[in-house]
Design a protein around this ligand. Structure first.
Ligand SMILES: Cc1cc2nc3c(=O)[nH]c(=O)nc-3n(C[C@H](O)[C@H](O)[C@H](O)COP(=O)(O)O)c2cc1C
Length: 166
């Protein structure tokens, strides 16, 4: 609960690097998400190459934080692995949220940069990352340590809660 409350979008990062073991744990969290019929249709591209990060900023105007990010994870879905195609987005979104929460638990800043369902982003990301036909880019998660300490937020709103009906 503490980690969930601390998670918020971080868009500027320090130069401190992230070790591979932490990235693997974050990926472990992503792959531990629920998926419809247990299809686990996700793939994760770990981005560390500065040239690739710079290239992403040229195809996504709202991903400029990649100029400072130490790593980024591109969450993708495999249409061939999807048992119920209509659940593609939900499955990838669940994995993306797990990535964000895990990153927060390691003291990392992160932000969900949306790609899906923008057709231009889809084409540009498929081209930049040489994605096979069945692989769809879903969301990008830039990662890095932040100079600011993540503080828990309280967004609970009782007016959004309903019991046994509206
Ligand atoms: C589907 C989706 C797409 C988003 N796309 C972007 C984006 O392109 N660039 C960005 O800086 N933040 C993006 N965000 C982050 C939201 O702006 C952010 O989550 C929201 O303002 C709430 O703030 P918080 O994350 O700090 O709680 C996206 C979030 C979601 C869920």
């Amino acid at each position: 609960m503490d980690t969930i409350l601390k998670r918020h979008s971080v868009r500027s990062f320090s130069a401190k690097s992230i070790d591979d073991a932490t990235i693997e744990k974050i990926l472990h969290a992503g792959m531990s998400a629920p998926s419809a019929m247990g299809s686990k249709p996700w793939h994760f591209i770990v981005i560390s190459d500065r040239d690739v990060m710079n290239a992403v900023t040229r195809i996504h105007p709202y991903a400029q934080m990649l100029l400072q990010a130490q790593r980024a994870i591109l969450v993708c879905g495999d249409e061939d692995a999807e048992i119920l195609p209509e659940f593609f987005q939900q499955n990838c979104a669940a994995a993306t949220e797990n990535v964000l929460i895990a990153a927060t638990s390691f003291g990392l800043g992160s932000v969900w940069v949306g790609l899906y369902p923008n057709e231009q982003y889809r084409q540009d990301f498929k081209r930049l990352f040489n994605l096979p036909n069945s692989i769809e880019p879903f969301a990008l998660v830039p990662l890095g340590f932040s100079d600011q300490t993540l503080q828990p937020l309280n967004r609970f709103d009782s007016s959004r809660v309903h019991f046994n009906g509206w």
